[in-house]
Design a protein around this ligand. Structure first.
Ligand SMILES: [Zn+2]
Length: 244
């Protein structure tokens, strides 16, 4: 938790932020002080996350990552997605239903921590201490952000949605000390240095949402906010060979 009352406390929050960044290996090449980016308005719209779903999530994490926990201990990556649908309601219904997914047929049901609607409304569906199933190979370390829409270009062309997306991503980066190079599109999952999948049949599985070229466009817009907030960017992406 971070407090914002009083200059002394603000100073303490900044200091803890710096320590936070060191703890998470945040790049400090610029040597500059970080400034807290404002937290965007977030509408809490939780999906049911019962004890049963938590147990299914822990079993999933055990099968795929060798971690017997439903807890998202240390987010290091943010994965951007689009829903391939046209409404927040349909995305919410899909994520709320804890049923095996249509593609890979496993439990728990798929989900994302955030869904950003086309009007820029940011909904949070899942707590940030909880693993959400949105990206094969990265769920134990990644926060998932969905955008209502049917293509990268549609989201990139929606000024309200992009504004919210960039503000949310910037705030999450600051909150968890996540480097910009680890803000990736779903389609970049296989070349993330954090990608890890024990189940061989899924090792090369990914989706088409948010290609590298479109994420470069996203990241360059994101970088512009750094001048405003003083958030450190770190060096450019260093994708690893997927071997796929
Ligand atoms: Zn996706």
């Amino acid at each position: 938790m971070r407090v914002t009352l009083g200059l002394l406390v603000v100073g303490a929050a900044l200091a803890s932020g710096c320590q936070h960044h060191r703890l998470f290996g945040h790049d400090d090449a610029s040597g500059g002080a970080t400034v807290r980016p404002p937290k965007p308005h977030i509408v809490w719209r939780p999906i049911p996350f019962s004890a049963a779903r938590r147990a299914e999530t822990a079993a999933y994490a055990n099968r795929h990552y060798g971690l017997d926990t439903w807890r998202l201990e240390r987010p290091r990556v943010i994965v951007e997605h689009y829903t391939a649908g046209t409404t927040f309601g349909s995305a919410y219904a899909t994520f709320a239903a804890d049923v095996p997914d249509a593609e890979l047929h496993e439990l728990p049901g798929t989900c994302a921590h955030f869904v950003i609607d086309t009007d820029g409304t940011i909904y949070q569906l899942v707590r940030l201490d909880t693993i959400c199933r949105h990206t094969v190979g990265l769920n134990s370390t990644a926060i998932g952000i969905e955008h209502v829409g049917t293509s990268d270009a549609q989201v990139l062309g929606d000024a309200a949605q992009m504004r919210s997306s960039l503000r949310l991503t910037t705030w999450l980066q600051w909150r968890f000390g996540i480097r910009l190079r680890n803000v990736i599109g779903h389609n970049e999952s296989l070349t993330s240095p954090f990608h890890h999948e024990l189940y061989a049949a899924w090792r090369c599985q990914t989706h088409g949402d948010w290609t590298h070229a479109d994420m470069d466009a996203y990241r360059s817009r994101r970088r512009r906010l750094d001048r405003r907030y003083g958030v450190e960017v770190g060096p450019p992406a260093r994708p690893v060979s997927s071997g796929c």
